[in-house]
Design a binder for this molecule. Sequence first.
Ligand code: ADP
Length: 394
Amino acid sequence: MNAPVLVINCGSSSIKYALIDADPQAPRLAGLAERLGSSDARLKGKDSAGESFTQPLPNADHADALNAILQRLEGRVPGAVGHRIVHGGEHFTQAALIDDSVIEAIETTAALAPLHNPTNLAGIAATRKVFPDLPQVAVFDTAFHQTLPPRAYRYALPEALYTEHGIRRYGFHGTSHAFVSQRAGELSSRGAGGWLTAHLGNGCSTSAVWNNQSLDTSMGLTPLEGLVMGTRSGDVDPGLHAHLHRQLGWSLDEIDNVLNKQSGLLGLSGLTNDMREVEDQAMAGHPGAKLALDVFCYRIAKSLAALSCALPKLDGVIFTGGIGENSPIVRREVLALLPHFGFSLDEAANEATIRGKEGKLDSAGHQGPEVWVIPTDEEGRIAMETRHCVETPE
Ligand code: ADP
């Protein structure tokens, strides 16, 4: 298929889009329709000359926004649409060409992602209306982690909770972990091998990847498990919920809200969920920001050390996501907590590898496991999987 792929990521009031050519050098058209359903709904993006635009779309719904996006594709006609879908449960181990049975299976999985899957489905329905003749493909955040062995995906809970209710670890950010580990395998002389990946953005997760297969990951049934994130707590004692309920009388919704929206960097610093500001304030001596940075880095190091148990051998660690790609401080602090792994960081390379640069951060002549920064490209990976799915349907 030579035509470009339109990648769509539908939220409850937003649609992120990118038009991606098979040729990686070809310019991408990308943008975001936001505040949909409100009077100040708008479409923001960049054209192929790199010029930014903002177009008001008062009271636009998802279908209106898709029609406006269509007008912004500069006459380039997509050959397929690739949808980012948050949860594929155990049903989807790879991308799937969307038909009624696939939609039904995504609906069945909605119980596992009640906030996201219904929104993604609404996006598919609107896109099918606007582009009735295009093949549509669902690409799942969870699919890459379907290779986890039972010892990594099962919780130590009564079996019926797994067999009857699907309660297990699924993992997320799959397209990102898949993209950066594959890219490291191409760039490094070590090949596919054993890689620890750290996707550090607003959401954060780690993964252990062996020969391009995920063997363990830090997120679980939901994206709340694992690392400290912008506003999410990551791991807490599972007894915390009962404690907060019994001692403070908090409802489940209140507990859920605190753990997802008021914790993480924001909760610890008392200031912000934005790592740039946390770093600035920590440098200026703010105790909460210093603690937030400290806990954030320690928990990443602890998670990487734990996930190394999943790998037969360790070839290196890969940092990605807004923080992983741009924060020499976080990379340095995390690696300093793993001295027994034999990494050797070149400080100058660490400082210089920011703003979308790709590179190896090792000291010259270093023989131990490598350290890489690889800017993630989740949309590029979704386009690639969409193309593959359309060209070679099961
Ligand atoms: P999302 O997960 O929403 O896609 P990103 O991957 O863009 O988010 O990551 C956002 C995070 O990256 C924010 O915490 C932001 O502060 C952080 N970030 C971006 N640039 C820098 C920087 N120069 N230094 C430190 N953190 C940065």
